[in-house]
Design a protein around this ligand. Sequence first.
Ligand SMILES: Cc1cc2nc3c(=O)[nH]c(=O)nc-3n(C[C@H](O)[C@H](O)[C@H](O)COP(=O)(O)OP(=O)(O)OC[C@H]3O[C@@H](n4cnc5c(N)ncnc54)[C@H](O)[C@@H]3O)c2cc1C
Length: 426
Amino acid sequence: MISAAQARHADVVVIGAGLAGLTAATRLAEAGLRVLVVAKGLGSLRLAPATIDILGYEPGLVGDPRGALPGFVAAHPEHPYALVTPQLLDDSVQWLKEHVDFCAYVGDPGTNMLLPTAIGVPRPSAVVPETMASGDVRSSVSLVIAGLRELKDFHPALAAENLQAASAAAGRDVSARPVLLNAPVGSEVDLSSLALARRFEDPAFREAVAAQLRAAVRDEQAIGVPAVLGLGQVAPVWSALQESVGRPVFEIPTIPPSVPGFRLASALQDRLRRAGGRLLLGAAVTGPELRNGDLAGVRVQSAARQSARTCRWVVLATGGLASGGIDVDLSLRARESALGLPVSGPGPGAAAFLPGYFDAHPIGTIGLRVDKALRPVGASGEPVHSNVLAAGAVIAGARPWQEKSGNGISLATGYLAADLILEEAG
Ligand SMILES: Cc1cc2nc3c(=O)[nH]c(=O)nc-3n(C[C@H](O)[C@H](O)[C@H](O)COP(=O)(O)OP(=O)(O)OC[C@H]3O[C@@H](n4cnc5c(N)ncnc54)[C@H](O)[C@@H]3O)c2cc1C
């Protein structure tokens, strides 16, 4: 019989259910530790394209992220990648590949592909679902970009025109021709990407789309479609469509919600549960539980209830500004939302924003400074708690939107957090 106190105890509490938190939690649970993930929301995974972008720009376009990292880190010693070795980066990518079962993830940290976005901009990505890889436009290629009339937020004409123009401006010969298909959905005129993804799992629906594609394609080499080719087992849906159309088909991530993001989040949550980890969603961590000055657990607010969860270690993977891990008020006073840890970045009176929308705004680097063991540190450089490790976008010093490094940082530091705890746990 487990006592109430035992039920409230975990070896590790992971705060946050994004890529960093789920990576750390799943690894730790698989190693036999009792793990509880507490997350107030679902994180960025379901919004973002689910590609592992390691380093896309430094600020010039990067061809080999692994090879570029030493120079990048030397120029940015405060960057989270300074905490990660190339070997660890490779290991984390390999780990992810082994933990995704809806389709294979392909590519490696040594090469960036260039994959079209929904607005046609070629985007550098290193490790991607196999369903996206044949959209690589690094070399000359002729493509069809196919949309579905019922998916209102994907415009093949816009994507094709921009893709051609952006490729030509960069000296690459890419031709892209738009086509608009009708999804066989009767009188439904407006479908979400998630609803369409479920429909694609129906062979009759898929074949009706494939027939239109066969009729539309001329001598193009590959066909780009919005990323809606199934929610569960994606590889069979994608393979069947390619076979029926007779040429490579690639998915193009849509605006949020992201079907590829849903797949990845569900796969990782499933692996966590299968490894015995527990997931408490819709619950916010509101402070530390201290005993004699040491962190002995966290306070959790779930609906109207406050409770304490005790643990030996905490992994703080709260995603920074984007996911409420850090709150900033109008006068730029910043607060780390879970444990009240010191925040580094532009404070009151500092210049936090630059004039241009796409500028590298100083506010973007806000986060927690950590030591080599990922422990958040105070102004003196000393760790605030010996048993709290930070991972992912909550760590200060990166500009993921400019660098195209977000998921690479979260995967590698989530993986590293688990390594460090496992080492200490023996
Ligand atoms: C729309 C969009 C597009 C993106 N596109 C790309 C891209 O193309 N390439 C790329 O590499 N990156 C991209 N990113 C960035 C990338 O997704 C993130 O950098 C990365 O996923 C962050 O992962 P994380 O696990 O660190 O944090 P998150 O995924 O943000 O997860 C944070 C978690 O912490 C929880 N949380 C926060 N505070 C608390 C609290 N007090 N108590 C409990 N839980 C808490 C949140 O609810 C959430 O579950 C994109 C992000 C978005 C939003």
